[in-house]
Design a protein around this ligand. Structure first.
Ligand code: SF4
Length: 365
């Protein structure tokens, strides 16, 4: 049975029109499903009973059951593993509460969502990448991760930084985003949503045309293409120059500064000289670099740099005039890096090929 939240608002309106219902029913139903988080059409008490029955005969609003929940940081970080089909497929979502956040804004709650089961990008430092790709999530499954948490407290921000590459599941990601920002949907600020990509240039260009003000983070992880291809074996013909050009276009079109994510791996990409080369490439771009000290994942054989090395890398960037921050560490004890809870609870899935590929890469140092 189809999930109601796989429909766009226009599709829901069209379905209602076909059933002889007035236009205002679509916002009414959306508010029940997304703002109040009801999971049963019978609870939509201001809809006529026959409409409730027809909706229930064609659609479901079922939430995703939680297979495991881990809590850290005195309750400020919660990670959940949500069951998709009851056949061992599951995705992770993480809620992080900040009060205040780094900009002094009180009561910020960010949910990090997944967009795919596994991921085809095979990043060498990522537990999800080592699991291989299973399938894309549907819009309702992306929204379910947020709804899981909104039933407890308001969610102000969403980051697409969980399992999977959001721009490789473009249609579902965008459909979910449109429900997030719809005043009858989750009614979130567009600027409170950040899409994070490992570098799907066509997707970045398309996103720039959507008329949305969502934030964009592009993962670089290296100052040169040769090292980047070793860390992201699927990056293929996409060069750092291609990504910088796409970022420039996005900033010009949307008026939003782009963030570059850089996972710091000891003696692989964290040398001061590499920071200087990175700064050189980003010069002149209204960019911000978010440094992410590597969160060790099983099997990748990579190390996290010391705090001193992280600071030294940041200082080099700053000295060259690049705005650089270090990601605030959250949920260390619940393995907040994407894919780890799934691996812990369900074990390593099928794709041993990606794991051996990661292990066979020769690292600097
Ligand atoms: S880091 Fe992101 S893009 Fe790379 S394999 Fe992991 S989930 Fe996929």
């Amino acid at each position: 049975m189809r999930h109601l939240l796989d429909l766009s608002k226009d599709e829901l309106s069209a379905w209602l029109a076909e059933h002889g219902e007035p236009r205002y029913r679509a916002p009414q139903i959306a508010r029940w499903a997304l703002q109040r988080g009801v999971t049963d059409f019978e609870a939509m008490t201001d809809l006529p009973a026959p409409l409730r029955a027809t909706l229930a005969s064609e659609f479901t609003l079922a939430p995703l059951p939680a297979l495991a929940t881990r809590i850290a940081d005195n309750g400020d970080t919660t990670k959940v593993l949500l069951d998709l089909d009851g056949n061992g497929q599951a995705v992770e979502a993480v809620r992080m509460a900040y009060d205040p956040d780094e900009d002094g804004v009180p009561d910020r709650t960010t949910v990090c969502v997944s967009t795919q089961v596994g991921c085809a990008m095979a990043c060498a430092f990522c537990a999800t990448g080592q699991q291989g790709f299973t399938r894309n999530l549907r819009p309702s499954e992306i929204l379910a991760q947020i709804l899981h948490f909104t039933r407890e407290r308001r969610v102000t921000n969403v980051v697409f930084m969980g399992m999977g590459e959001p721009l490789a599941n473009y249609a579902a990601t965008l459909r979910a985003v449109r429900w997030m920002v719809d005043p009858d949907g989750l009614d979130m600020r567009q600027r409170g949503i950040t899409i994070s990509t490992v570098g799907v240039v066509s997707g970045i260009r398309r996103l720039a045309t959507e008329g949305l003000q969502v934030g964009l983070t592009i993962s670089l992880h290296a100052p040169d293409d040769e090292l980047r291809r070793r860390l992201i074996p699927t990056s293929g013909g996409t060069t750092i120059d291609d990504l910088i050009e796409a970022a420039r276009e996005y900033t010009e079109t949307r008026g939003r500064r782009v963030t570059f994510a850089y996972a710091l791996l000891e003696h692989v990409n964290d040398e001061p000289e590499q920071a200087r080369r990175l700064a050189q490439r980003l010069r002149g771009l209204q960019a911000h670099v978010n440094l992410i000290p590597y969160n060790p994942t099983a099997g990748a054989g990579l190390r996290r740099p010391s705090r001193e090395r992280v600071r030294a890398f940041q200082r080099e960037l700053q000295a060259a005039g690049i705005n650089a921050t270090v990601r605030v560490e959250r949920g260390q004890e619940i393995a907040a890096a994407c894919g780890q809870l799934r691996t812990d609870v369900l074990g390593k899935p099928k794709n041993d090929e990606a794991t051996s590929q990661a292990a066979s890469i020769e690292w600097h140092g």
